[in-house]
Design a protein around this ligand. Structure first.
Ligand code: URP
Ligand code: ZN
Ligand code: ZN
Length: 485
């Protein structure tokens, strides 16, 4: 199969007072071990910081360390004439065709609706893709204050302050704003059923919007926030949060199989226990982020192909080819063909592997796919892989009621792993053995105006010229002479 493309990573990212522990070496090494041969990371400038300077900083961090190819998205965290100019420069000369805007992280990265409107418009003008982190940051900030004042300081507060509808509302708003300026939109880290359903509904109505669930939202759920073990619960903190409705991963996988959602990333942004502990007394200070870069392919194979929801061809589409098309690097990437990069994996569907932080190649000391509550349900004899949603609901409530410290270090069992991984022609996994080379990966420029995305947009724009009505000038009396007494 074509090597995986992870559309969403944050390697060695300075964030919330910490720096994610999987750097460009360790992170890309783990990616290759799992069958991902290219990653797309995010440049996140601080407010007021030059986008170009930030981009150069990320390049300098990555170039010397990456073991696989990579591209960069750039976040627009503030607006001004220089930002608009630099977006132009990045797209014209530096191979950046995707910009991420945040609707959350109030006071830090968040943009308001007017700013989103202008940022989307700029993306459209450049032929770039607008990406959004869709959550209503204003509501979250109020909820956080209320919960803290009410004495909820633990990781469950993270979930409680960011309910599903807060994600769904922002998804709907982002799609509306993007449509007003005729800009293609990409919703990153789709975490809930209601957010995903809005994307599907809008796509059915003809909107050009793409949805990216991540390994975490496809592979586990938000029941973990109620775990009595603080480290366990905090280990699952990311934004938007995982959803406690246990039918969420299955629903997202159904949509991914049926093209309601199109691509998969991981949002890999890993923090060790001591870093998560920055928020031990206040959930708003827990650095946000989880793992996924190594396990994405295996988790999607397990939950998508092994369950019979998608065939191996669709697996390749959602783990590799669609990303290459959307970000305009197809057929260089996302395809096995003469002239394409030799990013190839040989997948053995007959081996089993149990995910564990003890054996993973990542730097982080925790793995969300190890903290597996299905094991608990299996032990109780009530979980079946084909359980009805009513049955899953029962399991969910039993789990919640028990409310015990159930830290079952029993990892997810995955059927299938890459026996051989070839990255740009180099064999980096050989019979399951990893042989990477630091700095051997290359930066892959993503040119603007992806035909896959923009072909229809340009036509739509032509259809959309506002219809001015030609009429005779008004000749009757005007407001002159009308007096209020
Ligand atoms: O929790 C998350 N998602 N951390 C990384 C930053 C982001 O919002 O993507
Ligand atoms: Zn985000
Ligand atoms: Zn992210």
């Amino acid at each position: 199969m074509s090597g995986g493309i992870d559309t969403h990573t944050h390697l060695q990212m300075p964030f919330m007072g910490a720096c994610s522990v999987d750097d460009f070496y360790q992170g890309t090494k783990a990616a290759l071990a799992g069958g991902t041969t290219m990653i797309m990371d995010f440049v996140i400038p601080e407010k007021g910081e030059s986008l170009l300077e930030a981009y150069k900083k990320w390049r300098s961090w990555a170039d010397e360390k990456v073991c696989c190819d990579y591209a960069l998205h750039v976040a627009v965290t503030w607006l001004g004439p220089s930002v608009m100019e630099e977006m132009g420069e990045l797209s014209a000369n530096e191979g950046v065709n995707s910009y991420k805007m945040f609707m959350a992280y109030k006071g830090a990265l968040q943009l308001d609706d007017t700013e989103l409107y202008h940022a989307f418009q700029k993306c459209r003008d450049l032929g770039a893709i607008a990406m959004v982190h869709a959550e209503n940051g204003d509501i979250i900030a109020e909820n956080q204050k209320k919960l803290l004042a009410g004495g909820i300081t633990g990781p469950e507060g993270h979930l409680l302050s960011r309910p599903e509808e807060v994600e769904a509302e922002a998804v709907n708003r982002a799609i509306t704003i993007a449509n007003q300026v005729n800009c293609p939109l990409y919703i990153v880290h789709v975490m809930s059923k209601s957010a995903a359903d809005i994307i599907v509904q809008k796509r059915n109505d003809g909107y050009l919007v793409f949805g990216e669930p991540i390994a975490a939202s496809l592979g586990t759920d938000g029941t973990h926030y109620f775990n009595k073990c603080w480290r366990h619960a905090a280990g699952h903190v990311l934004s938007p949060p995982l959803r406690p409705d246990p039918s969420t991963p299955g629903h997202l996988m159904d949509l991914l199989a049926a093209d309601g959602l199109q691509v998969t990333g991981t949002d890999n942004c890993t923090f060790n226990s001591n870093q998560k502990a920055l928020g031990k007394d206040d959930f708003t200070k827990i650095p946000n982020g989880v793992n996924g870069i190594e396990d994405r392919m295996a988790v999607i194979w397990e939950k998508g192909v092994v369950t019979g929801k998608m065939d191996p061809c669709r697996f390749v589409a959602v783990t590799s080819t669609n990303a290459a098309k959307i970000f305009n690097i197809f057929p260089q990437k996302g395809r096995i063909a003469v002239g394409s990069d030799a990013d190839v994996i040989v997948w053995n569907p007959n081996v089993t592997r149990t995910i564990s932080a003890q054996t993973h190649h990542q730097a982080v000391d925790f793995n969300i796919f190890e903290a597996n509550f299905f094991f608990f349900s299996c032990v109780m004899g009530i979980y079946r892989p084909n359980a009805t949603s009513a049955r899953r609901q029962v399991i969910f409530w039993l789990f919640k009621l028990s409310n015990q410290c159930i830290v079952l270090m029993q990892g997810m069992e995955c059927h299938g792993m890459p026996m051989y991984v070839i990255a740009r022609g180099r064999i980096v996994v050989d019979e399951g053995e990893l042989r990477v080379c630091q700095g051997s990966g290359q930066y892959v420029p993503t040119p603007p105006m992806a035909p896959y995305v923009y072909m229809t947009m340009r036509e739509r724009e032509r259809q959309r010229v506002p219809p001015k009505v030609e009429r005779e000038a008004y000749e009757g009396p005007t407001g002159d002479g009308i007096h209020m007494s």
